[in-house]
Design a protein around this ligand. Structure first.
Ligand SMILES: [Zn+2]
Length: 405
């Protein structure tokens, strides 16, 4: 818990936790994590995308590794447990093995992923995609809000964009992937369960929308003659909210909504917003996306404005491997707790790692009503401790037959 508090102080914003990909704060936090990994008996390094990779060898050098970890980038004004719990917990678990002189029949690799949230370049899961070997090199040309491309940012960080492929792991070198993460929702809290077993991670679709209308004098143009881009964007946002309220696991959010260069006395000539649609079931999500895009086109046509929709991100739902779910559940049961199985509405690094190997996740209860992506995100030290004890068993009793499925 002290380490989570310490990481939370490494921020771009004074008084709030904001730590984005390839910033000076990202590097400082990575260096701190590296020191903790080394103190826990691991060899540790930055990989080619800026992930911190710590390796604890097994009984012999070069054995296949059970991968674990989570992300250490954050959203703006973030909570301190999202991501970082899944970095700090396995480091503590490996430290316990190291102190007891225990080597396992497999290696453990703890990966602190450089970018999961996707805030800086509006492209998510960059660190885990590089590890899975699915990083899209076209993203290197994307710019942040200051016009710095990802390739330039990597170079400034001290990395070589041409070598990102070297971060990829080979299938034969990995046994599987297990992640511990704060739930980021109220399900476990409401049911009185300290931990849960994740069954699948919801798929997500993100878009950027730019609406072009016609700027005009706010005093002279009659209401009947306007092509107000902001009013059109507002109607589109309401249509998204309405459509995404029609199925249980479906959610839709307009998280950014603005009038570029707007002024109080000018009819908005342009508006820009983002769309984020998620569901545990891909059929449900894709149907909602189709309807939302059709509705945006209809609203634009009726209001005589143009709407350009740019896909930003599309991730399928990622089911967890039944064998790993069973293994995690067995460790929970061994502690006298009946495991609660639940789907994750939030995206996680495991979505990308699922392209490389089988995945599983342990959720730890979120306090404060389940609030997350917010400084009020919290968990108790008792739950963190229980989660770490269970996760240590997940790591050291990992079934080697569970590699497939
Ligand atoms: Zn997270």
């Amino acid at each position: 818990m002290a380490r989570l508090d310490e990481l939370a102080t490494i921020s771009q914003d004074a008084g709030a936790l904001s730590r984005h990909f390839l910033t000076a704060e990202h590097k400082a936090a990575g260096n701190l994590i590296m020191r903790w990994m080394e103190a826990a008996g691991m060899s540790a390094r930055f990989d080619a995308i800026g992930n911190v990779v710590g390796r604890y060898d097994g009984e012999a050098p070069g054995l296949p590794a059970l991968l674990t970890g989570s992300h250490f980038d954050t959203v703006r004004n973030a909570g301190r447990y999202d991501g970082m719990l899944g970095v700090v917990t396995p480091i503590a678990c490996v430290a316990a093995l190291h102190e007891a002189g225990i080597r396992l029949p497999h290696a453990i690799e703890v990966i602190a992923f450089a970018d999961e949230e996707g805030v800086r370049f509006n492209a998510t899961l960059l660190g885990s995609r590089a590890v899975a070997g699915t990083f899209d090199a076209a993203l290197l040309g994307k710019s942040d809000i200051d016009g710095v491309t990802m390739a330039e940012a990597l170079t400034r960080f001290g990395l070589d964009p041409a070598r990102i492929g070297e971060a990829a792991h080979r299938r034969n070198d990995v046994l599987g992937y297990v992640e511990v993460h704060i739930e980021q929702g109220p399900v476990l809290l409401n049911e009185g369960c300290p931990v849960g077993v994740v069954t699948s991670i919801a798929g997500a679709s993100r878009f950027a929308v730019r609406v072009e209308g016609l700027a005009g004098h706010a005093g002279t143009v009659p209401m009947t003659h306007r092509h107000d881009a902001a009013a059109a964007a507002a109607e589109m946002a309401l249509a998204i909210e309405r459509r995404c309220s029609t199925a249980e696991s479906l959610v839709g959010t307009v998280g950014v909504l603005g009038v570029p260069n707007g002024a109080a006395n000018v009819i908005p000539g342009a508006a820009a917003f983002t769309i984020d649609i998620r569901a545990g079931d891909d059929t449900v999500r894709n149907a909602a996306v189709d309807d939302v895009l059709r509705e945006i086109a209809a609203i634009a046509s009726r209001r005589d404005v143009r709407a350009a929709v740019t896909p930003q991100h599309d991730a399928r739902a990622s089911p967890c491997a039944p064998s790993i779910m069973d293994h995690i559940a067995a460790q929970i049961r061994a502690g006298g707790i009946e495991p609660r199985f639940l789907a994750s509405g939030a995206g996680h690094d495991g979505m990308a790692i699922a392209d490389l190997t089988s995945i599983g996740m342990l959720f730890v209860r979120c306090g404060n009503g389940g609030i997350s992506h917010n400084p009020a995100e919290t968990m108790t030290i008792e739950d963190a401790d229980l989660g770490a004890r269970i996760f240590l068993d997940v790591l050291r009793r990992y079934p080697h037959g569970a590699k497939a499925s």
